[in-house]
Ligand binder design. Structure first.
Ligand code: CDP
Ligand code: MG
Length: 754
């Protein structure tokens, strides 16, 4: 029954690599490619995981569930999927999926691994993130966001194409990772049961021996009873070069049957215990990384403005410290872009350059950056220069940038959180945890001793929380609850979560889904609306906008609108040109609001696309990349609506159907003007202001819906559209009728009815 290959030795691996080298791919310079692959092969062999590769493969063969803990940068994400594929763990044609909480990591790692294997991205190695799929029938290793694998489970509940699923960056505890872990546990159990039955039917004799089989043993370990019966915590350090020779367990035999699912949970921090417990005492192994001492510097006084402080600290490192790249942790795109400009100006103005005359190459990295710019941070700085990489939290553990010797840590991170007071999720800049601060500093000591400059005092560090609570305890669960329902989990509160979300958050999501028509009075998924919303790759509120748009003959506009709000900001605001921007932009502004303005920009773009006027975007201060992305999202949404059998129609220039479709989905974000000119969110009572960038500022619309709340100096509603108050009880009766007791319906419809 054991048809698996033995782990490859170092030697045989080399041969394979050479075999591929000798067959140049069409379309790129063979000598260059060979040289690059040679360099990458050397790099691979220098990674800490290399020495432990045989032991690791043996562990993965022996245990159907394996927890792998390893220092960031040791090679887990890039190497382990390749090792498992080479060892035959994915069978002849099976897939190895590797999930990431962050899109940037999925894309950059896939690219790197394709390079290492000498294949084209999207062939044997691909990635899949929302609205962007680079995989093919040839794909064997698929990097993907955790959310994408959840979506796949809706269509293929047993994840039958996957032989191995690797849940990477599990320590991040993203809400999708947490749900995925629970789901994978179920899938694994079901597939194992099916496989066992099949084995019994085929070879009754084999079954009697199966207690000696590692697979069987492994699954026994996973039962909760045994976990209580004996101490289960096993954590094994994989000694370098040391290898165990376990007997391989069988994976599936024939292609007709799915066979068991292998699961690896990978984490960068030493919290393997929690994951191991959750999987019934699963085996945990530790890959020793290499770290060098990092000297930590704190500021003596609290900094008033962390951006100013980051600018000064980075310049100071550049001037005072010998060669080595600088990694600066900031919170978001706007901050990064503005600091990048300042830093470039100030570095260029240094009369003698940096230390020893070094130049400074400033490189941003964040999720919305186009992929070709993202990969730049991994390339060495040009001769005579050093890199300053301005990063969001993605450089904390998800991606490792070679060459970094200095870290500048602002001590802040942008985190998604549900605010009960606001009744909505919002992105907020919050202090990091101590664990995060340590991870960030550690990035300076990967290749040599390094230095970390923390832009906060030692006392401030001591006052930070030790760790960050998992995302699932603090975000809006609407789309997650909907997905669980669609996966057949009726009792969401009773789902086997690693850490259950607060009950109140589940109840709130159930209420919202009921109001959207996704669930019926018994909490069951409605076959039309609910099933459709679960399939659409957008938040259920926006999904409802699409369905309502289709129902009222404006699917085209609804899709364009959702595509525009899903893309990044299409308006480009160059500094010092505000007057030109204002006068140019005036022609796009729609009197009914921001979402309709965005729709107008898309319409204008589609027109000029036909006339091929490339200068249109820059003439109009439009971010063409964001628009192309939106156009791409629009095309994908069109595919989804078509496959749901919905009519794709346009309502032309009449904007009322579009406004009404917006209300049908965004009604929880409806707000009414107060006598003092502020707005009151009807669902929550929260007081907000219209965002300064809104078309409707100063127009004092009576009633609006908005896309999101952002908190800066005040609480602002961003992307706002004028609506009629009387539409609310008409288009969202369940929501406003239910709240009638609290006077909401009266308030919502009152103005218009009286
Ligand atoms: O997953 P883990 O943090 O253990 O490490 P990894 O992401 O597999 O990275 C292993 C090594 O590959 C690091 O030294 C990275 O700097 C390098 N790498 C790279 O140079 N370029 C990439 N696009 C990805 C990884
Ligand atoms: Mg990794």
């Amino acid at each position: 029954m054991d048809g698996q290959e033995k782990p490859h030795s170092l030697k045989s691996h080399h041969k394979r690599a050479h075999g591929r080298n000798s067959r140049p791919q069409p379309g790129f310079d063979a000598a260059d490619a060979a040289a690059k692959r040679q360099r990458l092969a050397v790099e691979r062999q220098g990674m800490p995981i290399w020495a432990a590769r045989e032991a690791l493969v043996a562990e993965a063969q022996a245990h159907h569930t394996l927890i792998v803990v390893g220092e960031t940068g040791s090679g887990k994400t890039t190497q382990i999927p390749q090792l498992l594929l080479e060892a035959g763990l994915a069978g002849q044609r099976g897939l190895i999926g590797c999930t990431q909480p962050r899109r940037v990591a999925a894309v950059t790692v896939a690219r790197r691994v394709a390079d290492e294997m000498g294949v084209q991205l999207g062939q044997q190695v691909g990635y899949s993130i929302r609205f962007d799929d680079a995989t093919s029938a040839a794909t064997r290793i698929k990097y993907m966001t955790d959310g994408m694998l959840l979506r796949e489970a809706l269509i293929d509940p047993l994840l039958s194409r996957y032989k191995v699923v690797i849940v990477d960056e599990a320590h991040e505890r993203s809400v999708h990772t947490d749900v995925l872990l629970g789901l994978l546990k179920q899938v694994q159990r079901r597939r194992h049961q099916a496989w066992q039955q099949q084995q019994q039917q085929q070879q009754p004799q084999q079954h009697t021996n199966s207690s000696k089989d590692h697979t069987q043993h492994d699954y026994q370990q996973q039962s909760r009873q045994q976990q209580e019966g004996q101490p289960q915590q096993q954590q094994q350090q994989l000694a370098n070069g040391h290898s165990h020779h376990h007997k391989s367990s069988s994976s599936s035999s024939s292609s007709r049957h799915i066979g068991p699912l292998r699961l690896l949970v990978m984490s960068a921090t030493l919290d393997a215990g929690a994951f191991s417990d959750y999987f019934g005492g699963a085996r945990a192994v530790w890959v020793r990384g290499r770290t060098h001492p990092v000297t930590i510097m704190n500021t003596a006084q609290p900094e008033e403005n962390y951006l100013d402080a980051a600018l000064c600290a980075t310049l100071q490192v550049h001037v005072d410290e010998p060669a080595g790249d600088i990694l600066v942790f900031l919170t978001g795109q706007e901050e990064i872009d503005s600091l990048a400009r300042l830093l470039q100006e100030r570095a260029a103005a240094l009369p003698e350059g940096g230390y020893g005359g070094l130049g400074l190459e400033v490189l941003p990295i964040y999720a919305a950056l186009p992929p070709e710019q993202q990969v730049k941070v991994f390339e060495p700085a040009p001769a005579g220069m050093r890199k300053a990489i301005l990063a969001t939290n993605i450089a904390e553990t998800s991606i490792t940038i070679p060459g970094v010797r200095y870290v500048v840590d602002t001590g802040f991170v942008k985190a998604r959180g549900y605010s009960a007071k606001l009744g909505a999720d919002s992105l907020q800049v919050v202090p990091v945890s101590q664990a995060q601060a340590r991870q960030r500093s550690g990035r300076a000591g990967r290749e040599a001793p390094g230095k970390a400059f923390r832009l906060y005092t030692e006392d401030a560090f001591a006052a930070l929380p030790a760790t960050t609570p998992p995302e699932i305890t603090r975000v809006n669960l609407g789309s997650v609850v909907l997905q669980l329902k669609a996966l057949g989990v009726e009792d969401v509160a009773g789902f086997d979560f690693m850490q259950p979300p607060p009950r109140a958050a589940i109840v709130r999501s159930l209420e919202l889904l009921f109001a959207l028509g996704a669930l019926d009075g018994k909490g069951q998924l409605t076959p039309d609306t609910g099933a459709a919303l679960a399939r659409l790759p957008v938040d259920p509120m926006y999904g409802k906008v699409l369905l309502a748009g289709a129902a009222s003959g404006c699917a085209v506009e609804a899709m364009q609108l959702v595509a525009m709000v899903s893309s990044e900001n299409v308006f480009h605001n160059p500094r010092g040109k505000q007057d030109a921007v204002n006068s140019t932009r005036a022609k796009f502004l729609h009197p009914e609001g921001d979402q309709l303005t965005l729709l107008g920009v898309m319409a204008a773009f589609l027109q000029v696309e036909r006339r091929r006027r490339p200068e249109w975007a820059s003439d109009n201060f439009i971010n063409i990349r964001a628009l192309r992305k939106a156009q791409d999202i629009y095309a994908q949404l069109k595919g989804h609506l078509s496959s749901l059998g919905l009519p794709i129609q346009s309502c032309g220039s009449d904007c009322v159907p579009v406004q009404r479709a917006l209300v049908a989905g965004l009604f929880p974000h409806a707000a009414k003007r107060q006598p003092d000119g502020t707005y009151r969110v009807i669902a929550t009572g929260q007081i907000v202001h219209l965002h300064p960038s809104s078309v409707l500022r100063g127009k004092a619309p009576e009633c609006v819906v908005f896309s999101e709340l952002v908190r800066t100096t005040r609480q602002y509603a961003r992307e706002v559209t004028r609506i009629q108050a009387r539409w609310l009880p008409e288009l969202a009766p369940a929501f406003f009728a239910a709240k009638a007791g609290a006077g909401v319906a009266a308030e919502a419809g009152g103005g218009a009815q009286s």
